[in-house]
Ligand binder design. Structure first.
Ligand code: ADP
Ligand code: MG
Ligand code: ZN
Length: 613
């Protein structure tokens, strides 16, 4: 999550200004009340004389100054004195010389403080005016503990369940929450149990946020939302204050929904962060949230919803009974779900009559709701660019390709030698896939560069939505991934860098087989690596390694062996089909793209591969 420095600085600026203001106020008060009884200032020499004459008592010796009472003050004059100390040796010398003398007063505390405060006040004020806060207002200086702008209630949410598709089970579960919110009184009268917290769990883009809003829309209650990542950047204590405030406000407007998006950013297991140390602020905020959850009574009519795509890293305390004790899975849609979601988004564009939504759905396995919304938009953009009357199936197909492989960049040209390498590389992927009937069917091969990283691409169409894979399928997939480099190695004297991404992906699979799925006999059915990072590949998830050096070496060598075996297998398949490889590459160089009938003709020439060992 991006840290926004502006926000943090704003709080700091606000706090300094506030502190400076209060300190000045306090000091002025002390100063004003004290000024009535100012002590009489006397020179040190006079002090010595009066002391010797027994006229002083109640002395108090301070930092460079002596204060005390005068026993018989002249009427109308103060009965107190103050003098500035002079070092005893010097004082003795001076009094022998019979001169009047005095020390210099120490810089007064007030002056010192003002010396510090003036610049602070100046910058504080400058900051304050630049940022444009309003004193006492919602975002102003005196409102530190109050929620800031993001905690607001949306009173009239327009989203309904009909706007969310393909997640029927989740909707079914949430309908109960809606019924409760519509009539909390009768629920509690009958003693029905309503969960305090419902956690929506699923990959990004599956509609979790949308569903939470739909619950508020259906029940017609205020929707208080806040995102966990917002807490991370806050000043210590502010996050906790906001959580408190969120609950206070929601209770005041009950029935209401509190929705915490990206709960994982806030509720990450304590001590599971990076080794660079914890985040006190997050911990305080989390503790406050837990305390609020324990303290509230669902019959008050407030329901807490939260969403996360990383439930596995949540602090277990959040999932305990009486907290987020109900979890609702919001998964990627299946084909029927995709048809329904496309139905929702397609309403917004003009379609060519007779276009088959089912066909589009079958081309997009694995797409989430957000991907599909994006797809419809892209297809409409493509049709607009052609200045067409309506969006056609071809627009959708092009949009799918764009989304899968990045934006088509026809203008990026390869030199002929590079094109030749890429053509053989892609054909290597295609032929290994054709020879292994259990892998996804090849849909299209192209050497038109796509996106930044891919010089060519081979699109394999998954035959169905897959949730489980067996070991053979994983081996096949690695063989296809390594088919590109294997083809290069057979045709050219050297191999190229074009296979970097293939190698990384194949290695990931091999590592997972060994360390996570227990598929390597020599290492047994042990899981060495926790299953994290499914959804956020960019974020490094630090966890202590829980196996020995010896095991690490075994894992590394097992991974190496699996990859090498897959590579040899790819080479063997391609050697057996070397004529098709050369012919296909030639055709690819000429046509740039092979699909449909031409592809089928090529596939016919590749017999199913049989491993012999
Ligand atoms: P999440 O919170 O799970 O990451 P969002 O709710 O933010 O996903 O979804 C982003 C957008 O994608 C939504 O605004 C909506 O346009 C579209 N979308 C996602 N899931 C669905 C769905 N199940 N049905 C319809 N549209 C969806
Ligand atoms: Mg979301
Ligand atoms: Zn490749």
């Amino acid at each position: 999550m991006p840290n926004k420095p502006g926000r943090r600085l704003r709080w700091m600026g606000g706090n300094i200004f506030l502190a400076a203001f209060l300190v000045t106020l306090m000091l002025s008060l002390v100063w004003i009340t004290g000024s009535n009884r100012q002590p009489k200032s006397i020179p040190y020499s006079q002090f010595q004389t009066m002391l010797a004459a027994g006229q002083l008592d109640n002395l108090s010796i301070g930092d460079g100054q002596i204060t005390g009472g005068i026993k018989h003050p002249t009427p109308g004059e103060p009965d107190k004195f103050v003098t500035n100390q002079v070092s005893p040796a010097l004082a003795q010398q001076l009094s022998q010389a019979h001169v009047t003398f005095d020390g210099t007063p120490p810089a007064s505390g007030l002056a010192v403080l003002l010396g510090w405060l003036a610049p602070l006040l100046f910058f504080g004020a400058l900051w304050y005016f630049i940022i444009g806060g309003r004193l006492g207002g919602a975002g102003g200086v005196l409102a530190t503990g109050k929620s800031k702008a993001r905690v607001y209630a949306e009173n009239d949410v327009k989203v309904r369940f009909a706007d969310v598709a393909g997640v029927d089970e989740a909707k079914e579960e949430l309908k109960e929450v809606v019924n409760f919110l519509k009539d909390p009184a009768s629920y509690s009268r009958l003693g029905a149990h309503i969960p305090k917290g419902v956690l929506l769990v699923g990959p990004p883009g599956t509609g979790k946020t949308l569903l939470a809003r739909a619950v508020a829309g259906e029940a017609a209650v205020p929707f208080f939302s806040i995102s966990g990542s917002e807490f991370v950047e806050m000043f210590v204590g502010v996050g906790a204050a906001r959580v408190r405030d969120l609950f206070v406000q929601a209770r005041a407007q009950a029935p209401a929904i509190i929705f915490i998006d990206e709960l994982d950013a806030l509720g990450r297991a304590r001590n599971a962060g990076l080794p660079t140390g914890g985040n006190d602020e997050k911990e305080q905020t989390l503790n406050q949230l837990l305390a609020e959850m324990d303290g509230f009574d669902p019959s008050s009519g407030v329901v807490l919803l939260a969403a996360t795509n990383r439930p596995e890293i949540l602090d277990p305390a959040l999932l305990r009974a009486g907290r987020f004790d109900r979890q609702v899975l919001v998964d990627r849609p299946d084909k029927t779900g995709r048809i329904q979601i496309l139905g929702i988004h397609i309403k917004k564009i003009k379609l060519e009559p007779g276009i088959s939504v089912e066909e589009i759905a079958s081309l997009t396995p694995g797409f989430t709701g957000a991907d599909l919304a994006n797809l419809v938009n892209e297809a409409a953009l493509l049709a607009t660019r052609r200045q067409a009357e309506a969006v056609t199936l071809a627009d959708f197909q092009a949009a799918i390709e764009r989304i899968i492989a990045g934006l088509e960049k026809r203008n990026r040209l390869l030199v002929p030698k590079e094109r030749e390498i890429v053509a053989h590389h892609e054909m290597g992927h295609a032929i290994t896939a054709m020879a292994l009937p259990d892998t996804d069917k090849v849909q299209k091969i192209s050497i038109i560069p796509h996106g930044i990283a891919a010089l060519g691409y081979t699109i394999q169409r998954p035959s169905d939505d897959r949730f489980l894979m067996n070991r053979k399928e994983m081996q096949d997939r690695m063989t296809v991934l390594l088919g590109g480099r294997a083809a290069e190695s057979l045709i050219f004297p050297d191999v190229s860098t074009g296979a970097a991404d293939d190698l990384a992906r194949a290695t990931d699979i091999a590592r997972a087989m060994v360390a996570r799925y227990g598929m390597e006999p020599s290492l047994g059915q042990t899981s060495y690596e926790p299953q994290t990072q499914h959804y956020l590949p960019g974020a490094p998830d630090w966890h202590p390694r829980q196996y020995s050096e010896a095991t690490a070496a075994k894992i590394d060598s097992a991974v190496h062996d699996i990859i090498e075996a897959a590579f040899s297998r790819a080479q063997a398949i391609l050697r057996a089909n070397i004529l098709v490889l050369r012919e296909g590459a030639r055709e690819l160089l000429h046509e740039e793209t092979i699909a449909d009938a031409a592809l089928a003709k090529l596939a016919e020439k590749v017999p199913a591969w049989e491993d012999k060992d």
